[in-house]
Design a protein around this ligand. Structure first.
Ligand code: ATP
Ligand code: MG
Length: 448
């Protein structure tokens, strides 16, 4: 047992002392056998949810209908799920009902892939009825049981298959791959939230570009319930559609391979969209299709809008059609409009993956020149004297008093104009200068 499992051992022991079977199960066993660090430790038991709740006073019934109780102990937080089998799958989605059982093997049988269907007892003994360890050693991804039936029961498993194959560099067992190709159209029955959650795990994984390649080979992405942006479907080869999709270009492929260098998931999403040449509308549509939160949707659209705009402007600057001062002003306006956080996200993306500056073509010396300009953008950003209205040396009340006008929409516009003027260096951020500047430029400021 590794450290994380050892820390969870008291949970198994308490269940065992009361006569129940309890084991570690799923991802934590798989990751332990690979010597990986564990994300979380999941426990399965013959005890029913009521009995689990009685034994662990600090608990939250996070998935009572499916038999899952989350318990809090001094050592950590654990999900304990009652052994169950699933019957009566509903229309290629999750089971309509679950049935609790006392038999560990019946529980392992309902799990998706052999590598995920291993359990480990508290004494370290592996329970592996389907040869998961062997498959892991040989680098094989294989469904538990009949692949056809398993994908028909729950079509999300096809997406999960790609996620695990990409993450752990596994090859598909032939029957599993063939079944995936046969049943890919069933993905249309799966809730987009579930696909979105898997997509997030894929993009934040160790090899997102492998997942992309597997999507391309499988054609799976054509079959989501809510259609994904056309451009993104470059990732999903195998066209049944009328319009042929372009082959990914060299820089796009390169950029995809570099995604794993970025630490933030959302910076990776921005980079993916830019690498594939998505418009900000497409990026928004993608985020919406995958049921991202409103905050994430807006941020993704903004970072992609920044990337597309600045890509064009950097080109103009390199062609000599923009002076450095024009570029600086345009950049500062973009930062004010789209937000510093979003601007920084894009800077991080292009500093880490310079190919994003020229996804369409291979022009290495132009990329190098553009990288030089990006360094300047970063400098201009950090040189900004203030970053928000809150830092402005005067407030709304000052403006109302000085101009003797009743509050109204003009006020916000005026303050925004002052912020912009300070950031562009037209006026210093102290009360006196600002008040004088405001009096002089009242009508101008309101227009900005
Ligand atoms: P990760 O480390 O990425 O979270 P995981 O294996 O823990 O991987 P989870 O989605 O957390 O994946 O699921 C936990 C376990 O539940 C899996 O290992 C698998 O045994 C089982 N499981 C999850 N989703 C399904 C599904 N759709 N069909 C069958 N079994 C599933
Ligand atoms: Mg997990």
């Amino acid at each position: 047992l590794n450290k994380a499992l050892n820390e969870a051992l008291p949970v198994l022991h308490l269940l065992e002392e009361h006569g129940y079977v309890a084991v570690f199960v799923g991802g934590c066993v798989r990751d332990t056998m690979m010597g990986r660090e564990l994300k979380d430790v999941d426990i399965a038991t013959s005890a029913e949810p009521q009995q689990v709740m009685a034994l662990f006073p600090r608990h939250v019934p996070t998935g009572l209908a499916h038999g899952t109780i989350t318990v809090m102990t001094g050592n950590g937080v654990y999900e304990i799920t009652t052994f169950r089998k699933e019957s009566a799958y509903e229309q290629f989605r999750r089971p309509a009902e679950v049935q609790f059982v006392t038999d560990l093997e019946a529980d392992l049988l309902r799990r998706d892939f052999t590598i995920n269907a291993m359990a480990m007892r508290g004494n370290g003994q592996l329970v592996d009825p389907f040869g998961g360890l062997n498959d892991l050693r040989h680098g094989t991804l294989r469904c538990v049981g009949e692949a056809d039936a398993r994908f028909q029961e729950d079509a999300l498993r096809m997406v999960r298959a790609i996620r695990f194959a990409a993450e752990f560099r596994l090859r598909f067992e032939m029957g599993t791959w063939n079944a995936l190709i046969r049943h890919r159209a069933l993905l249309q029955h799966v809730a987009m939230e579930r696909i979105g959650a898997e997509a997030d795990k894929m993009i934040s994984g160790s090899h997102p570009h492998r997942a992309a390649a597997l999507f391309a080979a499988s054609g799976l992405l054509h079959h989501t319930k809510v259609p994904l942006p056309q451009t993104l479907l470059i990732l999903s080869g195998e066209k049944e559609a009328s319009t042929p999709l372009p082959e990914p270009r060299h820089n796009q492929v390169m950029a995809m391979k570099e995604l794993e260098k970025l630490s933030e998931t959302d910076t990776r999403w921005t980079s993916l969209c830019l690498a594939l040449g998505l418009t900000s509308e497409d990026a928004f549509q993608l985020a919406e299709a995958l049921k991202f939160s409103n905050v994430r949707k807006a941020a993704l659209a903004a970072t992609v809008r920044i990337g597309n705009l600045m890509g064009i402007e950097l080109d103009h600057a390199l062609d000599g059609n923009r002076s450095e001062e024009q570029l600086r002003q345009l950049w500062l306006d973009t930062v004010i409009r789209e937000g510093i956080g979003n601007a920084s996200t894009w800077l991080t993306a292009v500093r880490t993956i310079p190919q994003l500056l020229a996804p369409e073509e291979e022009r290495s010396f132009e990329i190098i020149a553009a990288e030089g300009l990006v360094v300047k953008l970063g400098q201009w950003l950090s040189d900004m004297p203030i970053r928000s209205l809150r830092e402005l040396a005067i407030g709304g009340a000052d403006a109302v008093r000085l101009l003797q006008r009743p509050e109204g929409p003009w006020l916000g516009q005026l303050l925004q104009g002052l912020l912009r003027a300070v950031i562009h260096g037209h006026v210093r951020n102290d009360r006196e200068s600002l008040l004088a500047f405001m009096k002089e430029n009242e009508s101008e400021l309101e227009k900005t």
